[in-house]
Design a protein around this ligand. Structure first.
Ligand code: ZN
Length: 98
C-alpha cells in the first residue's frame, strides 16, 4: 500500500538529514498517510458492505462480480470460481459484510 513507500522514503530522508530533525518533520506526514489509508479502507469497506447487502450476498468473493440472477450453484462468469449462493451468504456474513 501507500504506507510502505512513505516509510521507506522517511528512512532514506533520515539518513540524509539526521534522525532527530527528520523524525520531527516526518511525523505529520506519517500520520497523514496512515490516516488517509484508514479512511480509504473504511470507505472501501462501507462501499463493499452496501454492494453485498444489496445483492443479499450474491457477490463473487474472488472478483466482486454480482451473481444476482445466476443459478444457485455454478461458476462465476467473470473469473470462473465455483460458488453456491448459500455458501456465499454464509461467507459474507462471517466476514461481517452481510
Ligand atoms: Zn468471480
Amino acid at each position: 500500500m501507500v504506507i510502505v513507500p512513505c516509510t521507506l522514503a522517511s528512512i532514506a530522508a533520515m539518513d540524509r538529514l539526521g534522525t532527530r530533525r527528520v523524525r520531527l518533520l516526518s511525523m505529520p506526514a506519517i500520520v497523514a498517510v496512515n490516516s488517509a489509508a484508514l479512511i480509504y479502507y473504511a470507505v472501501a469497506r462501507r462501499r463493499l458492505r452496501r454492494t453485498v447487502t444489496a445483492a443479499s450476498g450474491a457477490i463473487c468473493p474472488r472478483c466482486g462480480y454480482s451473481l444476482i440472477g445466476h443459478d444457485e450453484e455454478a461458476l462465476c462468469p467473470e473469473c470462473g470460481a465455483p460458488f453456491a449462493r448459500e455458501e456465499l451468504a454464509r461467507l459474507w456474513r462471517g466476514w461481517g459484510y452481510l
